[in-house]
Design a protein around this ligand. Structure first.
Ligand code: SDX
Length: 450
């Protein structure tokens, strides 16, 4: 006997009596015990649309079912083709290309092109891309006056966030977000100017004169020049450090829907311009649980002080007193593939800079933690921030500039995520719902009666 079921088409509300065996093969059948009604919710890409749950009601005036997911632990906010991560297998790919191959064979500017445009560039495309970015590294001279307003020991991330936002006032044309040529121009400006702002922040802190971009140098080489050039006529970057920095930029270019990418998408969804959207994203990155962790790792290693103090620190971590910064990840429940590559890069840097004693403490920490049930049970492994700070410190960057380096690299990813959101017909202004548990209606109480 053919069994029919009643299926409601969520798009039209129309009900259909369909033989069960031909109903859409991928369905989640929900039975609401409150009403004993049955619903067939279509499954696509391993997900159900939250809006398809709204039909589940207990009465006609019921708003309908929502999902509750603080911190979006199990909620896809978008469809994306930019970055793929398999947290269990420790896989990271930009546009399908494994991070290991890009770190070994590519350059940051080429990876930025790939992440933003979807394909590796041809030689002429890369030359044009590099030319335009190189010729957008200068900042409006007024930026200097703006930055002079910061106190000498202002945190460089506070300066970076503010100055990226301030760039919005220099480029009102950036509000033309649906014009592809305008987006391309803002992309050149952001990838070109963020390193210049970062270097200006560093020079401001030291009371040193700003160094103008040197168009003869590579992207990382020019950044090192703007950071470290002193009285020499032309700065010559150390090729080993220049290449190591380029690899670090590649590794930090994008990481799908992380906290700061979510801010970039959410701010951009109100059609704010890319400069103020990126200021918000950089602000999110500044947090110690996100991009600020590399700075905290250095502080933690210095606080531990020596290898023999590691067991005592691990005890404090297991007691819940402190976190092992640079460990753990929302997605990676295996070794962060970027941490592996950074660890390999560290050896090449130390051949030039000399070995950092902090590396020995970090290696001891990793060794002890990876054997300890507390970390194994929670699947806590080194993430991208665990070793990056040690390299940055060896290269002479001040600890509080580490997150600035992360932001330089992530500029490409934020732009890619922002643009993909804008061009996605399913996206609109981000506006989550809530579960209201506050007071019912009540009257204002005059002061004398409180
Ligand atoms: C980045 O999202 C991205 O992709 C980010 C990023 C990117 O490229 O954009 O990869 C960059 O932000 C890397 C993460 C850098 N942050 C840190 O290194 C800070 C230390 N790590 C943690 O704060 C934590 O691991 C998070 C924030 C990274 C992830 O937190 P989750 O997924 O919310 O996990 P959780 O806090 O719920 O932890 C689960 C358990 C808890 O223990 P119990 O309550 O179950 O007993 O693991 C424990 C946590 O206490 N835990 C840690 C720990 N991280 C998690 N315990 C000690 N040390 C840690 N570092």
């Amino acid at each position: 006997m053919v069994e029919n079921i009643i299926v409601t088409d969520a798009r039209t509300g129309k009900k259909y009596e369909i033989p069960k065996e031909i109903v859409m093969p991928d369905n989640l059948t929900i039975i609401d015990s409150r009403t004993e009604k049955e619903y067939a919710i279509p499954i696509t890409n391993g997900t159900i649309k939250a809006m398809d749950l709204r039909q589940i009601k207990v009465s006609d005036d019921d708003f309908g079912m929502m999902t509750y997911d603080p911190a979006f632990m199990n909620t896809a906010s978008c469809k994306s083709k930019i970055t793929f991560i398999d947290g269990d297998k420790g896989i990271l790919r930009y546009r399908g290309i494994p991070i290991e191959q890009l770190a070994e064979k590519s350059s940051y500017l080429e990876v930025a092109y790939l992440v933003i445009n979807g394909e590796l560039p041809t030689k002429s495309q890369l030359d044009e891309w590099t030319f335009h970015i190189t010729h957008h590294t200068m900042l409006h001279e007024n930026t200097k006056k703006f930055m002079e307003g910061f106190v000498p020991d202002a945190h460089p991330m506070g300066m970076l966030v503010s100055t990226i936002g301030a760039l919005s006032t220099f480029y009102p044309d950036s509000r033309d977000i649906f014009d592809a040529e305008s987006r391309k121009l803002q992309t050149y400006r952001l990838i070109g100017k963020v390193p210049t702002i970062a270097a200006y922040c560093y020079r401001h802190r030291l009371g040193l004169p700003y160094v103008y971009p040197d168009n003869d140098l590579s992207y990382p080489g020019n950044f090192l020049s703007m950071m470290y050039k002193m009285t020499e006529l032309k700065y010559k970057p150390n090729p080993v450090l220049e290449h190591a920095l380029d690899i670090l930029f590649i590794l930090h270019a994008d990481h799908e829907q992380n906290c700061s990418a979510n801010v970039m998408r959410s701010t951009g969804s109100s059609h704010a311009d890319p400069f103020v959207s990126m200021a918000g994203a950089a602000a999110a990155l500044y947090g110690p649980l996100h991009g600020g962790a590399n700075e905290e790792v250095l502080r933690m290693l210095k606080e531990i002080g020596s290898k023999d103090k590691v067991p005592e620190f691990i005890k404090r971590v297991k007691g819940g007193e402190v976190k092992l910064m640079g460990f753990g990840h929302r997605i990676y429940k295996n070794y962060d593939p970027r941490a592996k590559i950074i660890k390999e890069t560290a050896d090449r840097v130390f051949e030039v800079t000399g070995r950092s004693s902090l590396l020995d403490i970090a290696l001891e920490l990793e060794g002890v933690a990876l054997e300890d049930e507390y970390f194994i049970k929670r699947k806590l492994y080194p993430n991208v921030d665990f070793y990056s700070g040690i390299i940055y410190q060896a290269m002479g960057f001040p600890t509080d500039a580490f997150t600035v380096l992360f932001a330089i690299a992530r500029t490409a990813g934020w732009i890619a995520q922002w643009q993909e959101m804008l061009l996605d017909p399913e996206q609109k202004i981000a506006r989550p719902r809530q579960v209201y548990l506050g007071s019912d209606e009540r009257d204002y109480v005059p002061m004398e009666k409180r």
